[in-house]
Design a protein around this ligand. Structure first.
Ligand code: AHG
Ligand code: MN
Ligand code: MN
Length: 333
């Protein structure tokens, strides 16, 4: 049995020398995961469901539990001397914290908000960068707008039938399961690889008529293939990115949330959702794109910017992008 604590300690040297700063951030994330998990499991009994009555910077209604997870994680990190600042999907602006901190943290505190009230799995997504601005000064937006390839850690927590924490620091993807009695995350998924075959596909097709024509042809091709092949891929869509991504990571699946004619930038957030999931995907052997280029190569311009998102096995991402860019002749479909 290897605990998350032990696993991090064993790898601390390879990552940052012996300062322990980065390890402390991961420890805070795991503590946050345990606390959020604790509150989520009691929310319906404690009457802690429903909307808060506020709209966030994303223009979305804030749920009480969105606000709880956001507040709890901000409180945790504000006491961490190594964290120079935090950006959250739920906060209008960046939050400068400790000027002497070496890292900045980005959070989607609760992902899958529309599923909270119906007991369906939700998650937390995190992404960590080494700050660019000098130590001793307040961090600035530039520290958060470095681009996906500059992440030093990224991962997610899934609050499902069990609470799972999966992360990467660029040395593969490793997954841990919370053992509730011991209160410890134990290593259960070392060195995760996404299976190369397409077992599942996951997308909300309610705006399919608004998608690029090539993408509509891709979906038609998928369905045509399903009519012919008995072992064809199946649709699975939860509506919580963390849950959909997690299943596809373990089973081999495509997740997509494209842009539409009216909203070419799509729905999901580049910094809080796109980059972390893209890095995990690449580290597990898959591919991540915005339909035009590798997602991690997209240059960010604003902390709350949105992006079309395609994550999955490399060969399927190549197929989607070929359709999207109209590289597949119409008669071939
Ligand atoms: P959040 O709850 O953090 O705002 O994210 C919601 C996201 C994501 O979890 C999911 O993939 C997507 O919204 C689902 O959107 P649709 O309901 O439009 O399918
Ligand atoms: Mn989200
Ligand atoms: Mn969220």
């Amino acid at each position: 049995m290897v605990t998350l604590e032990q696993f991090i300690a064993d790898r601390q040297q390879e990552f940052e020398g012996a300062t322990g700063a980065f390890s402390k951030i991961l420890r805070d994330l795991s503590l946050g995961a345990k606390l959020v998990s604790f509150y989520l499991r009691r929310a319906s009994l404690a009457g802690f469901l429903g909307e808060l009555g506020l709209t966030n910077i994303q223009g979305e209604s804030v749920q009480k539990l969105d606000a709880m997870a956001n507040r709890l994680l901000i409180n945790l990190f504000s006491k961490n001397p190594h964290v120079a600042g935090l950006a959250s999907e739920e906060e209008d602006e960046i939050l400068p914290l400790n000027p002497d901190g070496k890292y900045v943290v980005l959070l989607d505190p609760l992902d899958g908000s529309s599923n909270i009230d119906v007991g369906v799995p939700v998650g937390t997504i995190f992404s960590v960068y080494r700050r660019l601005t000098p130590s001793g000064t307040p961090c600035t937006e530039a520290d958060f707008l470095q681009g996906g390839r500059k992440q030093v850690a990224a991962g997610y927590i899934l609050y499902g039938t069990s609470t799972l924490l999966f992360y990467t620091t660029g040395q593969g993807v490793h997954g841990f399961t919370l053992e509730p009695a011991a209160g410890e995350f134990l290593l259960t998924y070392p060195q995760v690889q996404m299976p190369p075959q397409l077992t599942y596909y996951s997308f909300n097709d309610n705006q399919l008529h608004e998608w690029a024509p090539g993408l509509q042809r891709y979906v038609a091709d998928l369905h045509a293939h399903n009519r012919k092949a008995p072992q064809s891929p199946s649709l699975r869509y939860v509506g919580s990115l963390v849950a959909d991504f997690h299943r596809n990571l373990l089973k081999g699946g495509l997740f997509m949330y494209p842009g539409t004619l009216k909203k070419p930038e799509g729905k999901l957030r580049l910094l809080y959702e796109g980059y972390p999931m893209a890095w995990l995907t690449e580290q597990a052997g898959g591919k991540a794109t915005n339909g035009t280029c590798s997602l991690l190569d997209v240059t960010p311009t604003a902390i709350h910017q949105r992006t079309p998102l395609f994550l999955g096995p490399a060969s399927e991402i190549d197929r989607v992008t070929a359709f999207l860019n109209e590289d597949v002749p119409v008669e071939a479909t």
